[in-house]
Structures are given as structure tokens and as C-alpha cells.
Design a protein around this ligand. Structure first.
Ligand SMILES: *Cc1c(COP(=O)(O)O)cnc(C)c1O
Length: 400
């Protein structure tokens, strides 16, 4: 059975323009197939995927065991309403709760499942309202999603201003600045929301003691610490949570992107008293916790564990960063990030043109900032694919 009429890129791109809202700009390619760390477009060209659907396809494309797990679940039980439960959903919740409460296994930790990172953050936002306080502290440069609640916490004025008024009482402070945070966190604050690494802002890391400082400040004020691991979690930075390196336990942790390997699944995990702030009737979802999505999440986690991918991510990330720095190219100022979430900082604001040149040369990357290239390849990417990109990079920089 043919699912869509095949066609050339040009024909498909024209049909896209007619049939889809122009929220993303014109598509740069139409992809028809993926396998491991590689993609093929409608004209048959092959690409190395160094973006992984934006930090989503952790195990690459068409992973046989993920396909098998999803298919088996779909063939057994594809969906029930949330008036009922499934063993798959319970097992994934236990896994995620265990990751979040790893420092303190006695701590209660409970999960609300969603279909996306935005929805996981929306659930978290509602949890903060149940504290009886309404003031929220977010970070300059933050990205938490595009629903009105998540947008209220996202600092980019270009995203926010066309949709104001947004849910209020959000104060933005400079990311990574402990003094600025200390100056605003008091007993009127419901929560501080922070990404361990700001991916959309160009892979920006705070000082290494920042999250621990945020933990101390929020604990002292009776405010919640809400860590958005939507982009950084599930192995992307070499650990289940990027915030694990700081030794902190969040009151709320949100996940999504890498969890389902492309099957939509997100989760809002809350610990301690925050785990009980939402009660019957206070929140809901039709699809969240769907057993097929949960099977995808369990398969991803199981394969990362079985194949020792957390250690592999660290080694591969170091190889990539060292390789890029080893080029000693005058157009490269720095490499930021951890594991396989990396930002290549350029000396000139040419990153979008470099990303286009990369695509033409068969490498999928993106430019979250005018001077930053983002690399977030599948966690299973080979050394030779990474080395091929590093070898091509000087030519891509010089082509623009
Ligand atoms: C992508 C992202 C989101 C939004 O997730 P969606 O699945 O696109 O709704 C939220 N927070 C962070 C840190 C993200 O990178």
C-alpha cells in the first residue's frame, strides 16, 4: 500500500506550500526514508543526520527494536482512556520517576504523561499554581514551548509579543547569574524554571554550580525548582538527566524530545510534596500515557541501558568537540555543550548559510542563533560519520 503519492522534491515542496500553514518557512528538503543516522530525500540524495529531528531520534531512524516494541504494543492494546491503566504506562512512569529521584530513592515521584514537551511544561505550570503562589522566575534566553502557558515562560520577544497578553507574573533573570536569581527568589515565588543547557538559545551552559545554587535558593524560599529536560534529558548529554551532573533533585522535571525516538511522548515528573499537587479533575489528557507511546519510551530507555549508550554519548561528544576544536579554524570561536548536544560558535553571523551549505553537502544541522551551529546527532552515530562532518566543516565555513 502506498501511503502518499511519491514525487520529486520540487513537486512535493509546491504541494506543501499549498496544503500546510507557513509556520516553519518553506521546507528545505522532503525526506522519504531514514535508517540509523542517515536520511534520504525525495530525489534519492543521502544525508548524515546530525540533528536527529531536533534531539528526538536518539536511536536513529527505523531502529528495529523500537519498531518491534511499538508494533507489538499496537498489536496487543493500542489505546485505552485514562479512566483505565496499562502495564506499559506504569512501567515507563516507574523508570522516569526513578531517574528523577535517583539521588533520593525514598522521595515520592509521580508522572503525568503528555504528547509533547510543551504539554509537559503546561502540566508543570498548573502544578506551580497549586502551591498557592503565582509568581514564576524564568531565564533570559529560555525556550519552553509555544502554548500560551509555555510561551509565558519563553523569553524571546519575537515569539511572545504577537500573542500577549500571556499568563502573567513571570520575571526573567539572566541565565547562569546566581546573584540575579538570589535577588528575586523570595516567599512569593511559586517556582523557578530552568533548562540545564539552553538548547534553543544556542547550546548555552550555566556555571557548573548554578543549578545547586538554584536548588538552595528555592528550598529556602519554599519555592519549587522546575527543571526542563525536554531537550537535554534521556541520554542526550551523557546522563538520563543533564542536571544529574549538578547533584540536584528537581521538584518538577519535564521530558519529551528524546524519549520516544520520534513517537510523540512527553512526561512531567514531580517529586516530594509537588508530586501530590494535582488531584482528580485538576488536569487531564486523552492521548497522554497511551500504551504505544509508553512502549516506545520503554524501548528507548531499555536499548540505551543495554547498549551502554550513556558512556558512548560522552565519548562521541568529546570526539566531536575535540575534532572541531582540533581544526583550529579561524572561523570557529568555541564549542559549547555536553555529550551529543553541541553548539559550534562561529566568529561571524553566518550560521544559517553554513547550515544550508551543510545540507547541500549531505549533512543535516541547524542554526539556532546567527553565529551558532547546533549538532544533536542520534546517540548511536558512528565515529566515522562524526569524523566525516568534522572533515567537511572547514569547506562549509569557507563556502559561505
Ligand atoms: C523543544 C522544547 C520544548 C517544547 O517541546 P515540544 O515537544 O516542541 O512541545 C520545551 N522545552 C525545551 C527545553 C525544548 O527544547
Amino acid at each position: 500500500m502506498t501511503l502518499a503519492t511519491p514525487g520529486t522534491q520540487a513537486a512535493l515542496q509546491a504541494r506543501y506550500d499549498n496544503a500546510l500553514m507557513n509556520t516553519f518557512g518553506p521546507p528545505k528538503r522532503v525526506f522519504v526514508r531514514g535508517e540509523g543516522a542517515h536520511l534520504w530525500d525525495a530525489d534519492g540524495n543521502r544525508y548524515t543526520d546530525l540533528l536527529a529531528g531536533l534531539a528526538v531520534n536518539a536511536l536513529g531512524h527505523a531502529h528495529p527494536q523500537v519498531i518491534a516494541a511499538i508494533s507489538a504494543q499496537l498489536g496487543t492494546l493500542g489505546h485505552v482512556s485514562n479512566f483505565f491503566a496499562t502495564p506499559t504506562q506504569i512501567a515507563l512512569a516507574e523508570k522516569l520517576a526513578g531517574f528523577v529521584a535517583a539521588n533520593d530513592p525514598e522521595l515520592p515521584a509521580r508522572v503525568f504523561f503528555t504528547n509533547s514537551g510543551t504539554e509537559a511544561n503546561e502540566a508543570a505550570f498548573k502544578i506551580t499554581r497549586r502551591t498557592g503562589r503565582t509568581r514564576l522566575i524564568a531565564m533570559q534566553g529560555s525556550f519552553h514551548g509555544r502554548s500560551l502557558g509555555a510561551l509565558a515562560l519563553t523569553s524571546n520577544p519575537a515569539y511572545r509579543e504577537p500573542f500577549e497578553p500571556l499568563p502573567g507574573e513571570v520575571v526573567f533573570v539572566p541565565y547562569g547569574d546566581a546573584d540575579a536569581l538570589a535577588a528575586v527568589v523570595d516567599e512569593t515565588v511559586a517556582a523557578v524554571v530552568v533548562e540545564p543547557i539552553q538548547g534553543e538559545n544556542g547550546v548555552v551552559e550555566p556555571p557548573s554550580d548554578y543549578l545547586a545554587m538554584a536548588r538552595d535558593l528555592t528550598a529556602a524560599a519554599g519555592a519549587l525548582l522546575w527543571i526542563d529536560e525536554v531537550q537535554t534529558g534521556i541520554g542526550r548529554c551523557g546522563d538520563w538527566l543533564a542536571s544529574a551532573a549538578s547533584g540536584v533533585t528537581g521538584d518538577i522535571v519535564t521530558f519529551a524530545k528524546g524519549l520516544g525516538n520520534g513517537f510523540p511522548v512527553g512526561a512531567c515528573v514531580a517529586t516530594g510534596p509537588a508530586a501530590s499537587l494535582l488531584g482528580p479533575g485538576s488536569h487531564g489528557t486523552t492521548f497522554g500515557g497511551n500504551p504505544v507511546a509508553a512502549a516506545a519510551g520503554l524501548a528507548v530507555i531499555g536499548i540505551i541501558e543495554r547498549d551502554g549508550l550513556l558512556a558512548r554519548v560522552e565519548a562521541a561528544g568529546d570526539r566531536l568537540a575535540d575534532g572541531i576544536l582540533g581544526l583550529a579554524h579561524p572561523g570557529i570561536a568555541a564549542v559549547r555543550g555536553r555529550g551529543l548536544l553541541r553548539g559550534v560558535v562561529l566568529t561571524d553571523p553566518i550560521a544559517p548559510a553554513v547550515a544550508d551549505a551543510a545540507l547541500a553537502a549531505g549533512f543535516v544541522i541547524n542554526a539556532p542563533r546567527p553565529n551558532v551551529l547546533r549538532l544533536a546527532p542520534p546517540l548511536i552515530i558512528s565515529d566515522s560519520d562524526l569524523d566525516a562532518f568534522v572533515a567537511a566543516l572547514p569547506g562549509l565555513l569557507e563556502a559561505t
